[in-house]
Design a protein around this ligand. Structure first.
Ligand code: UDP
Ligand code: MG
Length: 314
C-alpha cells in the first residue's frame, strides 16, 4: 500500500463528507493504493455516523472510535499502530489542510528520501491572536530543539512508515512529533509550504491554553529525552555543585569563627545561604538517586530500535 491517511477528529460532522470526497478524488486521480483511517476522539455529535456511512461505500476507509475524548496524540498513536502504507500522512479534519498537498508530500518521502515532512502554513488563515503567539512559540522551539521547522505543530505531515512504527505519541506530544522522531534517530526532516484555509465550520478545539501546555511539554520532552535514562547526571551534577558551595561557605564560616574570632555566625546572611545550599544540594542528590531507581525498573530501560542488521541470521 502506498499511502495511509490518518485523520483524528472531534466533533467535525460538517466537514467529514466533503473532506473524504476530496481525499478520495486526489487518491484516484494519482492512482495511489491507499487507506484512510479516521479516529473519532470522543465526538458527541453526528460525526461517527457519517464515518460509518463512508466506510460502507468505500473499503479503503477505516474508522476507530474512542469511548471518550483522549486527545489528538492518543488518536494519532492508535492510527499509527494500524497504518499499513509506506507513507503515512496526518491531517486535520476541519478542511483547513488541503488534500491536494498529498502527492507532493508523498514524493518528498519516496523520491527525496525524507523521513518526515512537516507542513508549513506560511500564509495562515487564523485569527491574529493565534498567529503571533505561534510565531514566538515556534522560534523558541527551533532554538531549544535545534530542528529548523517554521511550523512544528502543523496538522499536515508526512512520515516514512518506519518513523511512525518506531515512535510513540503520548500525552499531548502531538505538537512535538518531529522532536520525538529526531531523537529516535530520524534525521532527514523536511518542510513544505502548504495551503491553509479558514476553518469552515465550528471552532478550534484547542484554546489559548495550548501555549502554556506546549511550553511545559517542551520542557518535559527535553528533560526526558536528555536525562530520562540517566537522571543522576542532571540531579547529581546540580546537587553536588550546590552542596559544594554550601560546604565551602560553612568551612569559611567555621574558619572565621575559630581563627578570626568572629562571633554571631548565625546572624550572617551567608550562614543561611550556605545552609540552604547544602540542604537543597543533598535533596537534589537524593532526587537523582530515586529517579535513577525508577528508570532502572521502567519497562523501556532497554528499548532501542535497530534499523538494519548484517551478517546476523537469527
Ligand atoms: N482534535 C482531536 N481531539 C481533540 C482536539 C482536536 O482529534 O481533543 C482534532 C480536530 O477535530 C481537528 C484537529 O484535531 O481535526 C485539529 O484541531 P483544531 O482544528 O481544533 O486545531 P487548530 O486548527 O486550532 O490548531
Ligand atoms: Mg484547525
Amino acid at each position: 500500500m502506498d499511502i495511509s491517511i490518518v485523520i483524528p477528529f472531534l466533533n467535525e460532522e460538517e466537514s467529514l463528507k466533503e473532506l473524504n470526497d476530496w481525499i478520495v478524488n486526489v487518491m484516484q486521480s494519482n492512482r495511489f493504493l491507499y487507506e484512510i483511517i479516521y479516529v473519532d476522539d470522543g465526538s458527541s455529535d453526528n460525526s461517527w455516523n457519517i464515518i460509518e456511512d463512508i466506510v460502507k461505500d468505500n473499503k479503503n476507509v477505516k474508522g476507530i472510535q474512542f469511548r471518550r475524548n483522549y486527545g489528538k496524540s492518543a488518536a494519532l498513536n492508535t492510527a499509527f499502530e494500524q497504518a499499513e502504507g509506506n507513507v503515512v500522512i496526518t491531517m486535520d479534519a476541519d478542511l483547513q489542510d488541503s488534500p491536494d498537498e498529498i502527492p507532493a508530500l508523498y514524493k518528498m518521502i519516496i523520491e527525496d528520501g525524507h523521513d518526515l515532512v512537516s507542513g508549513w502554513k506560511k500564509k495562515r488563515h487564523d485569527p491574529i491572536n493565534k498567529r503571533w503567539p505561534s510565531k514566538v512559540y515556534n522560534s523558541m522551539n527551533r532554538l531549544i530543539t535545534g530542528i529548523k521547522l517554521h511550523d512544528m505543530n502543523c496538522g499536515l505531515k508526512a512520515y516514512r512508515k518506519d518513523v511512525i512504527k518506531t515512535i510513540e505519541v503520548y500525552g499531548e506530544m502531538h505538537r512535538f512529533v518531529p522532536v520525538i522522531a529526531k531523537w529516535a534517530g530520524f534525521r532527514k526532516i523536511g518542510e513544505k509550504v502548504v495551503q491553509h484555509s479558514k476553518r469552515k465550520f465550528g471552532k478550534s478545539k484547542f484554546g489559548m491554553d495550548r501555549y502554556r501546555k506546549g511550553i511545559l511539554d517542551l520542557i518535559s520532552i527535553i528533560f526526558v529525552s536528555r536525562f530520562g535514562k540517566r537522571p543522576m547526571h542532571l540531579f547529581g551534577t546540580l546537587g553536588f555543585f550546590l552542596f559544594f558551595i554550601g560546604f565551602g561557605i560553612a568551612g569559611y564560616l567555621a574558619y572565621a569563627k575559630f581563627f578570626l574570632m568572629e562571633y554571631k555566625m548565625t546572624e550572617r546572611p551567608l550562614f543561611y545561604f550556605g545552609l540552604l545550599c547544602m540542604i537543597v544540594g543533598s535533596q537534589l542528590f537524593l532526587t537523582g538517586f530515586i529517579a535513577e531507581m525508577i528508570s532502572r525498573s521502567s519497562y523501556d530501560r532497554n528499548v532501542y530500535h535497530i534499523s538494519k542488521k548484517i551478517g546476523i541470521t537469527n
